[in-house]
Design a protein. Structure first.
Ligand SMILES: Nc1ncnc2c1ncn2[C@@H]1O[C@H](COP(=O)(O)OP(=O)(O)OP(=O)(O)O)[C@@H](O)[C@H]1O
Ligand SMILES: [Mg+2]
Ligand SMILES: [Zn+2]
Length: 511
């Protein structure tokens, strides 16, 4: 007796059909073998499946059971095959009859037969839609991930027992109601408020521009000047995720198991702040069955690297490709895997190891060698990819408390309104381009069409290129930042003063 059940495998974000073939033979030496699963997961799967079946009041067959997961050449090391294997065995011995209509089965079993939250269900729903297969059976804890995909019937399964009852027609599992994406997207609460940061008007303006266009920003300043605070406050002014962006981000979060049980779409723009001790693999992605790193978890959001020069030199160097291309390629034995990594880099640093280089009030205690060594990590190719360079001076907070004039009362929500406005213009501008959402995503070839400069603006730009010997990369990045400043100003044409402001944040990095 042979039964075939459909499930899914993934390599990175690419998914493929997996056919789980179950054969139960009366003849031959009794046993339970699994072919096509990687390494030690075979043993674990066998234990879970066998115990879960017994605990679901089904007699485990004393026969020769062979399970084959095809195709053999894709890496399958997950626990999601528990459910298709178990249901395959139960169907083969005639305890249940599988429906004629094709369906996917996917989920990890616990020993008592209940189903655990399983990563990747969102991708399974996308695959089902692509393949035109309507029904998917997944753990209830993970089912909301799938319910945002149209035209799919998502059956939330609590336990193997409940699925057996459903298949026997004793107690039917009700498919989830489809969820409207727009309804989910509007529900956002800001984390932390910008109005708590006193003074620092220039820094706030620069962060607003960065958030509005998705530009990279670097903050340098002495200890205690508020760099970390400013960056963290930024999480509250990030523009709402669009529907398209949300789907892209949810893919990455689903496959890495970063969506909490019961969770659905990722609605907040990601804000990731990995510590400088994070390994290169943790930051960039990798390992034998490659997993996305922090830079991909920050896709369409912010990657905040505080104490930037403390990160390993190799990690910093490895940021170069993703910062330029918006994705990362991880090579492995069987070809390379690509993950999206279109993040906005927010980096912060002191000017030197003691932090007081250039401080009018305190002396720097570092040797020249120490300063050079420290700054070397921040120089060259990485700095060239930063759009906005910012010096954050120390402020006397006591003074600011007294002098209310200098204290910005502007709340995050007000700033966010302007940013959302600028993003709306960008969404409209790029609506025909699949992967371009914000000004920073533009390829240089798009600038001619989307970033029209006034004659004066053009002249100023040319002068700046000569005067500051800007690299070609700096030149293009400068135009993109000017585009964002003009969008915040609701101006279709980029004018001279837009370029002038963008230049203000650019020149420092050229020194
Ligand atoms: N502009 C400000 N308004 C209100 N509080 C501030 C401001 N700047 C600094 N602070 C206070 O000082 C604390 C230290 O600031 P923060 O940690 O952001 O400094 P930093 O620039 O990151 O310093 P370091 O270089 O040592 O990391 C904050 O937690 C906050 O309480
Ligand atoms: Mg800090
Ligand atoms: Zn110093």
């Amino acid at each position: 007796m042979l039964t075939k059940i459909l499930s899914m495998a993934n390599v990175g974000l690419k998914t493929e059909n997996v056919e789980v073939e179950v054969n139960v033979a009366e003849k031959g030496f009794p046993g339970f073998g699994i072919v096509g699963l990687a390494g030690k997961s075979v043993e674990e799967t066998r234990e879970r499946v066998k115990t879960a079946i017994i605990n679901s009041d089904i007699e485990f067959p004393t026969a020769k059971i062979t399970v084959n997961l095809a195709p053999a050449d894709i890496n399958k090391d997950g626990s999601a095959y528990d459910l298709p294997i178990a249901i395959g065995i139960i169907a083969t011995i005639g305890e249940v009859t599988l429906p004629k209509e094709k369906a996917y089965y996917y989920g990890e079993l616990s020993l008592d037969g209940s189903l655990h939250h399983t990563k990747g269900v969102f991708l399974l729903a996308l695959l089902a839609k692509e393949e035109g297969i309507k029904n998917i059976f997944v753990p209830r804890m993970s089912a909301n991930e799938a319910s945002v995909i149209e035209d799919i019937s998502v059956y939330p399964v609590d336990s193997l027992k409940s699925l057996i009852r459903h298949l026997k027609g004793e107690k039917l599992i009700e498919a989830l109601k489809p969820v409207n994406i727009e309804e989910i997207l509007n529900d956002i609460t800001p984390e932390f408020d910008f109005s708590e940061v006193l003074g620092q008007q220039q820094a706030k303006r620069a962060l607003e521009i960065a958030a509005a266009g998705g530009h990279n920003i670097f903050m340098m300043g002495p200890p205690g000047s508020g760099k970390t605070m400013l960056a963290r406050a930024m999480a509250g002014i990030l523009p709402n995720l669009t529907e398209k962006e949300s789907l892209e981000v949810t893919k990455i979060y689903s496959i890495t198991g970063n969506i909490p049980p019961g969770g659905s779409l990722v609605r907040q723009r990601p804000f990731r702040g990995p510590h400088h001790t994070t390994s290169q693999i943790g930051l960039i992605g990798g390992s034998s069955n490659p997993k996305p790193g922090e830079i991909s978890l920050a896709h369409r959001g912010v990657l905040f690297l505080d104490e930037f020069p403390e990160f390993g030199r190799n990690s910093i160097e490895a940021l170069r490709q993703p910062l330029e291309d918006g994705y990362v390629s991880i090579s492995r034995a069987l070809g390379s895997v690509t993950f999206p990594a279109q993040f906005m880099l927010v980096a912060a640093s002191n000017p030197c190891p003691c932090g007081h280089l250039g401080d009018p009030k305190k002396d720097c205690k570092c040797t020249n060698y120490q300063v050079l060594n420290y700054q070397k990590k921040m120089s060259g190719p990485i700095m060239d990819r930063i759009d906005l360079h910012l010096v954050v001076p120390a402020v006397d907070v006591n003074n600011l408390m007294i002098d209310k004039e200098k204290v910005s009362g502007e709340k995050s929500i007000e700033i966010k309104k302007r940013i959302n406005g600028a993003r709306k213009i960008q969404s409209e501008r790029f609506k025909k381009l699949a992967h371009i959402h914000s000004n920073s995503d533009m390829k240089n070839s798009h600038l001619k069409e989307f970033a029209k400069l006034s004659n004066e603006a053009n002249l100023l730009l040319k002068q700046a290129v000569n005067k500051f010997a800007l690299s070609a990369r700096s030149y293009f990045r400068l135009i993109k930042v000017s585009r964002t400043i003009a969008d915040l100003d609701k101006s279709e044409t980029i004018k001279e003063f837009h370029v002038a402001e963008a230049l203000q944040y650019r020149i420092r990095g050229e020194n």
